[in-house]
Ligand binder design. Structure first.
Ligand code: ATP
Length: 449
């Protein structure tokens, strides 16, 4: 649209999200807790829509994928074998003067950004979050919350093969919480200590040369781009970073970070890694379990190799919100004289919008509201439906625009005579008169576009 502006800032997103019920500061009435956030009524719909679409696309709709849900707490030997106990750390520096701590690899200079003091020598800080099981809090009962969902897929590899008889290539997917004791959580929901991941471990036959794993890697790279486009992210806002050899995670032979232009800079949204046979081999050798795959035709036994596409749920929410945020000039309708009438509209793809339809009676009078409520009840069977009868119709439209509701259904006095309602389109703001008896079908078709 000609009058569209894209002046998205974190302040605007955070304020809209709080005001409208997407995201609230965690434990707010007690002063919060170090960048913890709670998802409100609209935020949880957004998250659920993302997770459901991801699952449908990458699990249910494919014949080569199965899902699992592993426990968040796992035997400590898992983390010894996976290399997380010895390697999953970030370099930490502490200021000699104010004792504030920072991740050394994210600092620009060699002085403390808070007080200008010098740093003590950097140490490696392990990012796994500890807790203890049972009544005695001694070392023997210490366990870690999983820092990634991936290991749940590797340790269940044999169970999956035995129970599903899947043949290579195939993948295991999981959506769930992960915990990292980040040194400096921040940038809103971008980096928190508790977050959700959607991960796939895609097991492939033993590659005889690079081309044989590169083919799968490339296929997943494309899949990830398509997913990002469907989330409403413009391809121009995504940048691939081929992670340099010296920065690769301990298990990876090749990694691409998909970076998004967040308002606070270009940062990792998702990752795609070639994990080789690192995990299955280590677990097989350290646990004694037979995690090799036996090729039914050739009789050959080997550890399959793995391509891992990984997606953060909160980063998906944030990128989708930043991409959807739009300010538009819409003329003088309803505004004071001389004042430009601006609207904020979240142009979420329709499948992603937390509320699909809003039913708005023009008056609170019972003769209208009873009809409108009945329509809302019927629509609710098929779509997430909001009902709002307070304030002027203009303000109610603005509110729905701000939460990204694709369609508003207005019930007016004419409805009592013609049994029809006005349907307003979020993006074009065009209105159409639709018979109440056709409304559900009309909306279903429009929402599927
Ligand atoms: P970063 O470099 O930002 O710390 P990472 O490379 O350690 O991230 P991965 O280990 O690849 O991240 O994790 C997979 C995905 O999980 C990331 O692409 C991201 O979407 C998400 N993620 C990782 N850490 C966090 C966090 N602290 N908060 C929210 N999401 C996270």
């Amino acid at each position: 649209m000609e009058n569209e502006k894209k002046t998205v800032t974190m302040e605007k997103i955070i304020s809209l999200a709080k005001q409208r019920g997407f995201v609230f500061p965690g434990s707010e009435i007690y002063g919060g807790l170090q960048n913890a956030w709670d998802f409100g009524p609209l935020g949880v719909e957004l998250k659920n829509n993302i997770k459901a679409a991801w699952w449908k696309r990458f699990v249910s709709h494919r014949g080569d994928m199965v899902g699992i849900e592993a426990a968040l707490l796992m035997n400590t030997r898992v983390w010894e074998a996976s290399g997380h106990i010895s390697n999953f750390s970030d370099p930490l520096v502490e200021c000699e003067k104010c004792h504030h701590r920072f991740r050394a690899d994210t600092l620009d200079g060699d002085k403390c950004p808070d007080c200008g003091g010098s740093f003590m020598e950097a140490q490696q800080f392990n990012l796994m979050l500890k807790t203890s099981l049972g009544a005695t809090a001694d070392k023997a009962n210490e366990v870690y919350f999983r820092p990634e969902t991936a290991q749940g897929m590797f340790v269940n590899f044999k169970n999956i093969i035995d129970s599903t008889r899947k043949k290579l290539p195939f993948g295991i997917a999981q959506i769930g919480k992960a915990f990292r004791n980040e040194i400096t959580p921040g940038n809103y929901i971008f980096r928190t200590r508790e977050f959700e991941q959607m991960e796939i471990e895609y097991f492939i036959p033993l590659p005889k040369n690079d081309a044989e794993w590169e083919e799968y890697f490339e296929a997943w790279r494309k899949e990830m781009h398509e997913w990002m486009t469907d989330l409403g992210i413009k391809p121009d806002d995504i940048h691939e970073l081929d992670v340099p050899k010296e920065d690769l995670a301990h298990y990876s032979k090749k990694t691409i970070d998909f970076e998004y232009d967040f308002p606070f800079g270009r940062k990792e949204l998702y990752g795609l890694a070639y994990r080789t046979d690192f995990d299955l081999k280590n677990h097989g050798e350290k646990s004694g379990a037979n995690l090799k795959y036996k090729d039914a035709e050739t009789g050959e036994e080997y550890y399959p190799h793995v391509i891992e596409p990984t997606f953060g749920v909160e980063r998906s929410v944030l990128a989708a919100m930043c991409s959807a945020y739009t300010e538009e000039k819409v003329g003088s309708g309803g505004s004071e004289e001389g004042e430009e009438d601006m609207r904020v509209v979240m142009k979420f793809p329709k499948w992603l919008a937390p509320v699909k339809v809003a039913v708005l009676p023009l008056s609170k009078k019972d003769e209208l509201s009873s009809v409108a409520k009945k329509i809302a009840t019927e629509l609710r069977e098929s779509f997430t439906t909001d009902y709002d009868e307070t304030q002027s119709i203009g303000k109610r439209y603005r509110r729905q625009d701000e939460i990204g509701t694709p369609y508003c259904v207005t019930v007016d006095f004419e409805t009592l005579n013609d049994n029809a309602v006005t349907v307003r389109d979020r993006d074009t703001m065009k209105q159409e008169r639709i018979a109440v008896s056709d409304l559900k079908k009309y909306l279903a078709e429009k929402l599927a576009e």
